[in-house]
Design a protein around this ligand. Sequence first.
Ligand code: BGC
Length: 314
Amino acid sequence: MLDAYEQNRRLGRGVNVLGYDPVWKPRSKARMHDKHFRLIREAGFNSVRISLHPFRDAGIGEKNKITDAWFGTLDWAVGQSLSNGLTTILDFHEYGVMGQDPIGNKGRFLAAWEQMAERYRDYPDNVVFEILNEPNGALTPELWNRFHSEAMAIIREKNPSRTVIIGPGSWNSINCLEKLELPENDRNIVVTIHYYSPMEFTHQGASWSDQRDKVGIEWQGTTEERQAINKDFQKAHAWAESHDRPLFLGEFGAYDKADVDSRARYVSCVARQAENMGWSWAYWQFDSDFIVYDIPHGRWVEPIRDALIPPENK
Ligand code: BGC
């Protein structure tokens, strides 16, 4: 069985894809196509994290059955990713409704995992399951410990040797790692954290955040700014060392309203610091917002791409 640390090395440098692509309903509206998976590979990325919203996208029908259409789209995405040699994360991204009403949504959450675990049970070991993006709100860190352990029991029935990603509560916050309880004997787990500090820089002008009215905030990469990131990362690193778990920085990035030079400096700093810690990472995100690739114009946002994958060590 693949060791979780080895799996984490394979995850390496990744990018989040498809969460906000109209491909999910219907397929014909896709922004992302086959060639984009190839471009991701050619740019030097090792993995993709596919954000899944089966509740939002009418992917779950009567009796909590996942629809053929939704699975058809996911099969396509996983197939494209694997055929380009990318390690592929199936990230259950229904964090909004799960945080609002965890108990009310628990049945369909577990039903979704039961069906995904069945469908991909014979897929190669470079398909990885991530139980839930950013548990938050009423899905408290304590309740989340119960939810992920129930989901894990379902997954392990048919996927005894598949790597599973689990993160702490409170939006996968480093500060919540201490409350994360994992099955001690299951060593095939990669732990994920998300990082968007300082929020006033990374989320400036973002309508869904408290920073919506801020603009023009730069990130210069001063010693102080770099040390602030390092301090947070040291904290996560200490937790990982003492619990003997590999870490995956599953989301980080800066919204497009920040100036591109600041975005590139920030992204490069976060990515290199994560790598220095021995973590894998996935940039938020390929398309839509925070973008590293401009689908309508068919071109990379080069300063961000080069910040993520320095041309000299592609
Ligand atoms: C959410 C996105 C959001 C991003 C940054 C993700 O987890 O799914 O909607 O843009 O975080 O805030």
